[in-house]
Write a protein that binds this ligand. Structure first.
Ligand code: UDX
Length: 471
């Protein structure tokens, strides 16, 4: 292929849209492809169908500059591109932990028979180990271009809320390739980030595919590790925030990605660790990844713990209590509510008989759609009005910036559960709030505290005995 490759991007979710718009901003001609006609035409009109800071201006610039467009036509895409990125979703299969590869399969099966000239198909979707090998064999057998059509793997590590930065300036670019031609093509696509010094790691496609799932498993493990420590902190009166800070100073551990709280959710980490564990079991390596079930279980327990904390904070029952909820998105900077710990906690509290009023800066419409039963307030103050307990479930900066003195005048009772450790505990306590947060002193469940008291009493008794013996 001579000159700059022309690119197609199949699947226009968070990953595909960010990839298409960012590559167009680097000067490539890019065609985005989606089977959802409404989505393709919204994007063609410059409207982003989801919230992602900084992405819409890039989308519009690409459209106006004539470098970016969207279609539903596979034949047009096959005709247009020399490099075809596959960015379709790989959700969890209903009723099992495994990955549902039907979108990937449909995309591949639709595109491959249309590839008549030499080209590179590049997988970016997150898939369980072993997927690439199977498709890599099928591609030259199905494509009219034969061995001229090659499959490479180039996993994507972008975080929602940081999609543009993570796409244009990733920590690393991983190129899983079988030939020098494929490597040269990916180097041409990423010439600009590479010139800026972003590490380019060349490996085989099977390893590239593993890098993504292993990275997500590690990130999930790190979060569940500190949340498991939070459980222990509640038993001993230790402070998980100070603990995480102290651990993070060890450069081998590092502080980032280790914020304790309500745990992980979203469209990636939960389903990716389940898919990895399921595939490992299929491959006969289930025992090696058995720990991922614990990582998942620790993570699920966070949601139960926060519901319990809310109940304790509400005086032992949630029935007929008014609960104000700040945040329903799975994390700040996103309107994504897929497997959102925040939305699940809000819904569970409502199911326990509370009247729940929620506010989120971005995810209200999506949450309303799934949970029309919750009350939706127009602001932080609206959600807090007459609340018996206020819960912070997503750490949006505007919640951290809320004035505890102003909120104190709005609520019925000044009790706050800060499930994401987003607030300045001292400032809130100074304004008279009963501040509680998982894994922090003052939030231990009564039964456990009683257990500690008994334990402490036993220690005192032993110490007294020791002193008596010494004298
Ligand atoms: C994740 C990976 O980070 C990314 O590399 C991959 O491509 C897709 O999955 P994302 O789901 O967008 O990205 O969000 P991330 O920022 O990793 O957060 C995931 C979840 O973990 C969120 O619910 C977040 O609130 C939670 N989290 C994150 C913590 O509880 N503690 C942390 O320290 C970090």
């Amino acid at each position: 292929m001579s000159g700059r490759p022309r690119l197609t991007v199949f699947g226009t979710g968070y990953l595909g849209t960010a990839h298409a718009a960012c590559l167009a901003s680097l000067g490539f001609e890019v065609l985005g492809v989606d089977v959802d006609a409404a989505r393709a035409s919204a994007l063609q009109a410059g409207t982003l169908p989801f919230y992602e800071p900084g992405l819409e201006p890039l989308l519009r610039a690409g459209l106006h500059g004539g470098r970016l467009s969207f279609t539903t036509s596979y034949p047009d895409a096959a005709e247009f591109g020399n490099v075809h990125f596959i960015c379709v979703g790989t959700p969890q299969r209903p009723g099992s932990g495994g990955a549902d590869l039907s979108q990937f399969e449909a995309c591949f099966a639709g595109l491959a028979p249309l590839l008549r000239r030499p080209c590179l198909v590049v997988g970016k979707s997150t898939v369980p180990p072993g997927t690439v090998a199977a498709y890599g064999q099928r591609l030259p057998a199905i494509a009219p271009a034969g061995p001229g059509a090659e499959l490479a793997w180039n996993p994507e590590f972008l975080r929602e809320g940081h999609a543009v930065g993570d796409t244009l300036r990733p920590d690393r670019i991983v190129a899983g390739v079988r030939s020098a031609r494929a490597e040269a093509t990916l180097r041409a696509v990423y010439a600009e980030p590479l010139a800026a010094g972003i590490p380019f790691l060349v490996t085989d496609p099977a390893t590239a595919e593993m890098v993504k799932v292993a990275a997500n498993a590690f990130l999930a493990t790190k979060i569940s590790f500190i949340n498991a420590m939070a459980e222990l902190c509640e038993m001993t009166g230790a402070d998980v925030l100070s603990l995480a800070g102290a651990l993070g100073h060890d450069r081998r551990i590092g502080a980032s990605g280790m914020r304790p709280g309500l745990g992980f959710g979203g469209g990636c980490l939960p389903k990716d660790i389940r898919a990895l564990a399921a595939r490992a079991a299929e491959l006969g390596a289930g025992e090696a990844l058995e720990f991922l079930h614990d990582i998942d279980a620790i993570n699920q327990r966070r949601r139960t713990r926060v519901v319990d904390l809310a109940r304790e904070a509400a005086g032992g029952r949630l029935e007929s209590r008014r609960v104000g909820v700040l945040g329903v998105a799975f994390k700040p900077g996103s309107d994504d509510i897929r497997d959102s710990p925040a939305l699940e906690v809000a819904a569970r509290i409502q199911a326990l008989g509370a009247r729940v009023a929620v506010f989120d800066p971005a995810a209200m419409d999506r949450a309303k759609h799934v949970h029309p039963d919750l009350e939706y307030a127009g602001s932080v103050l609206g959600a807090a009005r007459d609340a018996d307990v206020l819960l912070v479930l997503t750490e949006w900066p505007e919640f951290a910036a809320a004035d505890p003195e102003v909120l104190a005048k709005t609520v019925a009772r000044q009790v706050v559960v800060d499930a994401r450790h987003a607030l300045d505990a001292d400032a809130w306590r100074a304004c008279g709030w009963d501040y509680r947060a998982p894994g922090r002193p003052g939030s231990a469940p009564p039964a456990r505290t009683a257990g500690i008291r008994l334990h402490q009493a036993a220690l005192h008794e032993a110490a007294a005995g020791f002193l008596a013996a010494a004298v």
